[in-house]
Design a protein around this ligand. Sequence first.
Ligand SMILES: *Cc1c(COP(=O)(O)O)cnc(C)c1O
Length: 391
Amino acid sequence: MDRDPVMRGFATRAVHDGQAPDPATGATVPPVYLTSTYTQSGLGSHHGYEYGRGDNPTREALETVLASLEHGRFAFVFASGMAAADAVLRLLEPGQGIVAGEDLYGGVYRLFERVYRSHRMDTRYVDLTASDPLQSAIGPRSRLLWLETPTNPLLQVADIAELTAVAHRHGLRVAVDNTFASPYLQNPLDLGADLVVHSMTKYLGGHSDVLGGAVITRDPALAEQLRFVQNAMGAILGPFDAWLIHRGIKTLAIRMERHCANARGVAQHLARHRGIERVYYPGFLEGRARAIVTRQMRDDGGMVSFSLATDGRESDREAAARVLARFRVFSLAESLGGVESLVGHPATMTHASMPAEDRMRRGITDRLIRLSVGIEDLPDLLEDLDHALAL
Ligand SMILES: *Cc1c(COP(=O)(O)O)cnc(C)c1O
């Protein structure tokens, strides 16, 4: 969906863009267009809408607000974050290559390895917390840099502007998975990236009740290809799901403020706790990494990970299982970004498919726990953590 680059404030755009009153009735919230097809008044005469896979006004409304929030010109929404990632990979020819960060969302890693390997895609993984490894990993077939920042579950950061400059010098396009930050905290297109990918299942939807994915760009040529893929492959987002996500986006700004404030409170509390070995949180990074956060993010986000201090009386996994069983406000669940606080165990949940050796090398031990801090009252979250961590 194309839009004029009107730059009002973020919260105003989140509430109003794509939500002009319905011209037929004045309905302040435009209706959900539940239709698979559009009646034509005569041969070749229609309102620009012919068939639901290609066009739907409810979907377009969501695409309009997404393009606005990411400072893009075109947005395309899909049935899930994975379908959005797949749409980006369809832009490559068989045999072309990708360079990706090693701390990659597991589903994207699986897509690269188990689906696109057989399309002869050449995929290389590098540490993107510095720019030198990228420089040496780029090969003659590399066409796309795929990066995620902050990373999951260790919440390290990559310098989008610097890595994009290196990638562009070598003729690679750059796609940034912006799911963890959300457009409220970070806008990769402003830092030079060509494509932004979201799992809208997380902060954009925000209520753990819908799945969706999005790709946003400024480049008309890329937009044309994405539009073709969206219609030709057909992994579109249904109108009701689009409406739910759009409804969620209207409160993104205030939700993110609360997520960030609560996560800061949780991180500070954990840092003082005797039962904790280390807290991973963008707000606690130092030196170069902290400078990257300040440059490219508006706040430190809603995710906090920590490792348990263990005294050798029980195994790491036993210690994690004991703590995880005692939460009463945080729910033990996959996913993130909803209003409710979630707790997860990366080693056996999100990163279970990663070989143990790789996991350990990256610091994803059995005593690592990840929190998606929700918007509840902070004292209740802190009390729940104290209860879970009590010996
Ligand atoms: C969840 C997630 C995805 C996949 O999105 P789905 O909506 O679950 O398909 C991709 N990237 C990141 C960073 C995610 O957290």
